[in-house]
Write a protein that binds this ligand. Sequence first.
Ligand code: NAD
Length: 313
Amino acid sequence: MAKRIGFVGLGTMGLPMARNLLRAGHRLRAFDLDPARARMLADVGGATASSACDAARGAEVVITMLPASRHVEEAVLGSGGVLEGLEPGATLVDMSTIDPATTRRVEAAVRERGARMLDAPVSGGAIGAERGTLTIMVGGDAEVLDQLRDVLAAMGTNIVHCGPIGLGETVKLANQILGGTAMVAVAEAFAMGIRMGADPRVLLNVISQSTGNCWMLRQAPVPGLTEEAAVNRDFAPGFMVDLMHKDLGLALQAADEHGLPLTLTAVAHQLYGLASRHGYGRLDVSAVARLLEGPGELLWGRPPAPPGRPVRP
Ligand code: NAD
């Protein structure tokens, strides 16, 4: 059944997700701090709200898709935020990747208002958002999720209840630990193999049928090795270095609150931070591999930089 939905945050992920909700027949009122993003949704039939509070007013469901914890706190709890307009009985679904402690804090405020909240971070990137094939990891009351399955199904094909509020974020961060460290490990494996003379096609062929096989193997940054690797598009994301840096930082912070050191995650977090310092922050995560190139070295087969110019931007 069509629902009245307020949507806050129409960025790389939010805009295509909102479009898919419209396509599925839901009615949308959306807000983004950047009016140009809101206009892009209006072009395909969404209504524009003047604030997060305005987007929430009269909505059965409010979805937030924002960069980080502080944006969610500001857009929900801040002045002119979602909470001021949220109807008792309505549900806030936060689909951003943020830290689980913030999720629980926001949920307490939402509950106090007589409304409900799910955390529902996603995996699948911008392509999954366009195609409506995201994996959605949901924390919160299972009954509330069942009432909203039709809404989530417009954006994702794999909807998994992970446990009570905050557990969606926890499972998402666990996935990021593996994806983030695996990308670094793939880069190191290929750097060593290539430098010692192995053919990258042989590396891919053997590893993909051995114990080293993993999702990030297909992102090994050797031009033309796989169709989907971001290196073929000059490292256009995909999933950005800066977002991976943020997510691994969240995982470290959350684990630390539980007295749990995450050694590999800490090293990978520093490497993504370093990649960002080198100017690769808005490139695909696989650009972390460029840290392994020596001065003037073309480990990944990129064309040489013009003479007199630095190798890295
Ligand atoms: P983005 O930066 O492209 O978009 C965020 C949008 O939120 C922007 O349009 C910004 O103007 C808006 N915004 C910020 N503060 C606001 C506020 N207070 N009120 C209203 N609008 C506000 O980010 P994104 O890539 O769409 O990512 C969103 C979330 O999804 C992040 O938590 C990210 O980690 C997660 N995620 C991203 C990807 C990806 O591939 N991009 C994949 C999975 C998960």
